[in-house]
Write a protein that binds this ligand. Structure first.
Ligand SMILES: [Fe+2]
Length: 404
């Protein structure tokens, strides 16, 4: 056996820990911080005197923003907000953020939000370090090597795991076609992740469900995939166990802090696994659905997960059974029952049963298939799907055909 395990991000976890994010940045040498968020206000500059009082009321996106701003001010840091990291970030958004960083003479980055702002923020940092557009690295194989400004990530969803990964996923347009491409590099890892469940309590149910299923998909794909390793397995199994315990409860009662804490930890665990094992065809389809249909990443994964796993039952019977056992807390479960448990979890948290039910027209299936079959991690799937089988999986997921 031989493997590498690399998890270089300092993880600070706990209710209220986002209060310490300013001190962390000071320790990293920061004086003026670019705060990268999703859309809200346009980017704005505030100095010390403009400090707004902030707390942990969890007033949605802005509540989390106020929390980190209060932490920055407490530590004596200036900041500029860049709120242009919208859903499915593009190279243009990255360059806009890099311009703000440069013009405001920032020296550090705080990424606040879900996967989109975190991925955008990492790319902004790399663009600043390399002194050239991040687009020069996307899909080119060019290696990211230059030192980057320190970046601290504060996730406000429990799903993507981007806070502990060295990957940035951007949506690019090539020859008139949109596609999602991940770029990885040692310099893309944040210096620290502050995982604060208090920032998650205001997440609406649908977002909690979709992002939670993204985390579960990371854990399961890494666990059953061909690049699984013993240490990544530990993170996967713990993530599955926590999600089985808590995703339904977090959806039912958003203010259940125990459930929120378990989900936050699960997403971070699955994110660590993600950097040390490989995703598979659930993400292959989800990237296509996101780029071509604008479907939210978590929702796309949630719908596709049981259908793709049903296609892997023969090749990953033992691992799927163990995954199902971790998820359900039952010791005797086979791979087919594990797939059934995924359908059942989706149902209980309000995920559509099929792509058709989620509003994807049949006419989009061909382009989705064409994109997904070229997914670079396709060979990492436990079952090496033929083109015909990929089409069958996609059609099953679209029509909601029972496959177990
Ligand atoms: Fe994902």
């Amino acid at each position: 056996m031989a493997f590498t395990f690399n998890s270089p991000v300092k993880i600070v976890f706990g209710e209220g820990c986002a209060d310490q994010v300013g001190q962390e940045l000071v320790g990293l040498g920061a004086k003026k911080v670019l705060v990268v968020t999703g859309p809200g206000h346009r980017h704005e500059e505030q100095d010390h005197a403009g400090a707004a009082q902030a707390g942990h009321e969890g007033n949605g996106h802005e509540g989390a923003f106020e929390t980190v701003v209060a932490a920055l001010k407490k530590a004596g840091l200036e900041y500029v907000r860049f709120a242009g990291a919208g859903a499915d970030p593009t190279p243009a958004m990255v360059e806009e953020g890099a311009c703000v960083f440069k013009e405001a003479r920032c020296d550090a980055i705080l990424a606040l939000g879900g996967g989109s702002p975190m991925d955008c923020a990492k790319a902004i940092g790399a663009s600043m370090g390399e002194g050239r557009p991040f687009a020069d690295f996307v899909g080119t194989g060019r290696v990211l090597a230059a030192p980057v400004p320190p970046l601290v990530a504060v996730p406000t969803t429990a799903g993507t795991g981007s806070e502990v990964s060295g990957t940035s996923v951007l949506t690019i347009e090539k020859d008139g076609h949109k596609m999602k491409l991940g770029t990885s590099g040692a310099t893309l890892f944040p210096k620290a992740a502050f995982v604060d469940p208090l920032l998650h309590v205001s997440m609406p149910k649908a977002l909690t469900a979709a992002t939670g299923m993204d985390a579960l998909t990371h854990a399961i794909e890494c666990y059953v995939g061909r690049q699984h390793t013993p240490l990544a397995d530990l993170y996967c199994i713990e993530a599955m166990r926590l999600i089985g315990l808590s995703l339904r409860r977090a959806c039912q009662r958003g203010d259940n802090l125990e459930a929120r804490g378990n989900m936050a930890l699960a997403a971070t665990c699955a994110g660590v696994a993600l950097s040390n094992a490989s995703l598979g065809m659930v993400h292959g389809f989800a990237h296509a659905l996101g780029a071509l249909c604008g479907m939210a990443h978590g929702t796309a994964n949630a719908i596709m997960l049981p259908y793709v796993m049903a296609g892997c039952v023969d090749d990953a019977a033992e691992r799927l059974a163990l995954a199902g056992a971790a998820l359900t807390g039952t010791s005797s479960i086979d791979a087919h029952a594990s797939v059934a448990a995924l359908f059942s979890l989706d149902h209980d948290i309000g995920i559509p049963r099929s792509l058709a039910e989620a509003g994807i027209p049949e006419s989009m299936l061909k382009p989705i298939y064409e994109d997904a079959k070229n997914y670079k991690r396709r060979p990492m799937s436990p079952h090496l799907f033929t083109d015909e089988e990929l089409w069958q999986v996609l059609y099953s997921a679209w029509s909601g055909t029972e496959t177990t």
